[in-house]
Structures are given as structure tokens and as C-alpha cells.
Design a protein around this ligand. Sequence first.
Ligand code: ATP
Ligand code: MG
Length: 560
Amino acid sequence: MSEAEKSLNFIEHIIEDDLSSGFPKDKLRFRFPPEPNGYLHIGHASSICLNFGLGLRYNSPVNLRFDDTNPAKEEQEYVDAIKRDVDWLGFSWDSEVYASDYFQQLYDWAVKLIKDGKAYVDSQSAEQIAEQKGTPTEDGQNSPFRDRSIEENLTLFSDMKEGKFKEGEHVLRAKIDMTSSNMLMRDPLMYRILHKAHHRTNTDWCIYPMYDWTHGESDYLEQVSHSFCTLEFAMHRELYDWFLDQVVVKTKVRPKQREFARRNFSHTVVSKRKLLQLVEEDVVTGWDDPRMPTISGLRRKGYTATAIRNFANTIGIAKRENVVDVSLLEFSIREDLNKIAPRVMAVLNPIKLVITNYPDGEEEWLDAENNPGDETAGYRTVPFSRELYIEKEDFREQANKKFFRLKLGGEVRLKNGYIVKAESCTKDEDGNITEIQCTYDPKSKSGSGTEESLRKVKGTLHWVSIKHAIPSEVRLYDRLFNDETPDHHKDKDFMEFVNPDSLKVITGFVEPSLKTAKVEDIFQFQRIGYFNIDKDSSADNLVFNKTVGLRDTWAKLQQK
Ligand code: ATP
Ligand code: MG
């Protein structure tokens, strides 16, 4: 096997095999087929990267197909959100298409099936139909309506379409085999009556085609060559093929369904139904709440499209289901942001530090590198003055040698600034430290080239000048669920595992250069993590989301 071949996943092998058996490369065509019944989530990213990735690899068109056959759950809002997300992820579709575009064609084909004696109107209730279904080890029974005449079927089906019946009065079923070992082949439903307006076809239709009847025929109409879906559809493949058999003509491409494993992720759920429940029950503020595993939630939280694509490509496509640890996703975003995020200083848990030998009322603007890893990122200036904030946890009255931060009698460098020495501290009645008094070495300014400036001290702390800092709202997020696999418990509902402390809002103090930052701008708060500007920000109230910490503290906590 060549190197190039080794890197192929099993899906690409399927395509390569077809190409070597003579399938024309220019006939390759793919699709990504979301149902517009919710926002896209990180699981969809796998399917998007797979299908659009194949498009790029083979230079083939990829359609964005909305699988909109259930007006009870689908909405234009979801269509818009899905388009926005696929586009934001960096992919372009060939055609924007809808299963509902094919309602007339599907209807005409259903009439053909009736005429061919391969479909019939069943007038039993859903319960009766279910009772006759049998079990995997027991044959099903034929419906008493199975042998209706073609004429009667045609009239009834047409009357169903004309709205002459109530919901549930009749269905159209394919006439296949009630004794098939594949339960899905036991006369599956093709149409049901739904008196509901559709977001695109409005009230034109009151019968709607079922998924199985729609999906393969849509693939065929679009001349999709390879139709990839998740494993739960493996058993549906036989039916997909049976429906195609009824309509395919030899001169056209016959689509091929193949399956890959659905992705699950730790500490979250990826099912639109469950995500909708979180939204409807106000567990989160909306589909784009930064705690949601949706593409829009991740984007709002500061994730980049690059990081999500890299993540999807790293976990790849699998044949078997498993749970992917979300810390892998966090690794991806850290890796990307480390390259691109400008560094700034912010103090989230402040304690006052006074430099007693720094002249009162004086200030100076120090040069600060925007990104030490990127020469082109340039410099900004940060104000320094007598009164600063540092992080509370960066100071201790006494500490052992391993504490490289500030302690009484010890020295640290203030990032981009001077070396300071802690001389004393003040406490309140309860013994809490309220202020640290330091002296500074005026000759030790970073980058000034003096001997003192080159002196090595063990610790470097970030800080902000109190007078100049902007108090800001900072939203800190934790896992949305306390359990690794919240929806894999037989006896417990996933909602029982919602983490009540998934959001903590604090006031942080950020350097003044952030005044001009815009929504979605992302920064590294030095020594803390990555933060972006939330859309709730206004000119006089900056709101930051924590994207991810600098290190994987979660994994460390779990090892304890
Ligand atoms: P949900 O349960 O979230 O509604 P779905 O499969 O019904 O999922 P669709 O909108 O039908 O959602 O999905 C569009 C495509 O994305 C399908 O091909 C589907 O198989 C794929 N997909 C959905 N969820 C995942 C996942 N967790 N991992 C991989 N692919 C997924
Ligand atoms: Mg679905």
C-alpha cells in the first residue's frame, strides 16, 4: 500500500474502489443533508467535514440538502442557521436544495408504484399497523387492505392529497414483504397525512413523504453518487435500494448509501431533540449559548472554524461508535489560538498592589508585545502607575521555594514592566489581605537594556493599572453536564446531570487597549486563558467569554 493510500479512511477507500472499477470521476457528487429541526452541533461537523472534504479532495460538487419532510418540527430559522454555520466553517455548497423541492416528483413516483402494484393505501390505525408488524423472529401479517385494487388505491391516494381525510385515517405503504427478516422491509410507510403548514410549501401539501422514501430518491434526483449517513441507517440500506430499484434508469447514476459511526462527545449531548429541550427549558440562553455543543455556541464561545475542522479531521471517520473526549476539542482550539490570539493583560481575581516608591500621579506607557510567537503581530502600550491589581493567588505572605510568585521579601517581574519587591501587606479584621505594599527598581524596566533589566527573577506576573483598567463582565464556563455520558444511562434522564455551576459571572479588570475591541475578537489573557468579546457587549460594558484555559485543568482535576 502506498503512503497516500494508507492515509485514506474507509469511506475514501469505497470511492477509490468505485473509481478503479470504472466509475467516472466527473460523476462523483456528494451532499450534506441536515433536517432543519435545530441548529448544527459538533457531531454534524464530522459529517460536514467528511462530505465537503470529499468534494475538495475529488473536486466534486457537494449539495446542501435540507431534509424537510416533517413540517411539525422544521423552521426557516433553522435553515438560516444551518447555512450560516456551514458557510462559517469554510465550506461552499454547489446547490442549495430541499427535499420539499421534490414533493411533486415523489408524489408522481408514488402513483407509479401504486400502478405497478407496489404500493397501497392502508386504512388501519397506527396501532393496528404496529401490531401486525411482527418481531425480528416472528413474521408480520398482511394488512386487510393490502390487496386493494389499483383504482381504489389511486382514488384514495389522490383524496389523501386533496385533504379529504383527517390525520391518521390513511397512509400509503410500499408493498414489499411482511415476512422479511429486515423489519424495515415489512411494507414500510411512504406517506402520512399531516395538516400542517410547511416552512416552504406552506399548505400546498397535506401528505408528507417519509424519510426512507424521500432520501434515496432525492439523492437520485440530484445524481449524488455516494450518500453517507450514520450507522443507524445501515438496516435502511436495503429499503433505500428497493425504492431506487423502482425508479432508476440505467443511463443515470445510481446513488450508493454507505454508513459511518455517529460521534458522541463526553460531558455533552449531541441530539437536536435534547439540545432543543435545553433551550426550551431555559437551561441555556439559546442555541448559541457558549455552553452548547452547537457550532454557533462554540463560535460564540471563541472557537475558530480552523479548530473545529482540525478537530473533525483528527478524530476522523469511524466504523464504530465511541465517545470522543471533549478535551481533544479544547486541545484543537488552544493550538489554533496560541498562534493567532493577541496577548493582553487582565486580572480576574484582583488584589491591590501599591508601589510605594513610585511617584503618586505619575504614569508611563510600556511597550508590550502582542504575540511573542508572531513577529508580525507588533506592539501595543500598556499604562503603568503606582496602584496596580494583580491576581490574589499570585501573592502569599509566606511560601516555600516552589512558589515562584510574589511573597513578602521576595521579588517578581511585572510583565513588560519592572521588578518589584513585596515589603508588607495590610489585612482586614478577618485577616484577609487587602493590599500589598511593594518597592520597585526603577532601573529594571523590561527591554531597557540596563544591567538591572536583564537581572533574572523567578516569577513574572501579569497586572493592570487600577486607574486605567476597564472593569468588565467575564463569563466563565464549565462543562454543561457533570457526567461523562449524560445520555447513556438507562435509568436516568440526561437532564438530571445538568451541571448547576456551568456559568459563573465575575468582574474582571482588563487593560485599556481592549476598549476598541469588537464582538468576536479573541485574546489571550496572559497566564489565564483565551477570552473573546461576546455579542452582549456594549460601549460601556465589555462582556468576555472564556473560550478555554491555557492548560487542561479538567484532566488534572480528574487524575486527583
Ligand atoms: P440529531 O439526532 O442531532 O437530530 P440527525 O442525524 O437526525 O441528528 P440530521 O440533521 O439528519 O441530524 O443530520 C445531518 C447529517 O449529519 C446526517 O448525515 C447525520 O447522519 C449526520 N450527523 C448527525 N449527527 C451526527 C453525529 N453525532 N456524528 C456524525 N454525524 C452526524
Ligand atoms: Mg433527525
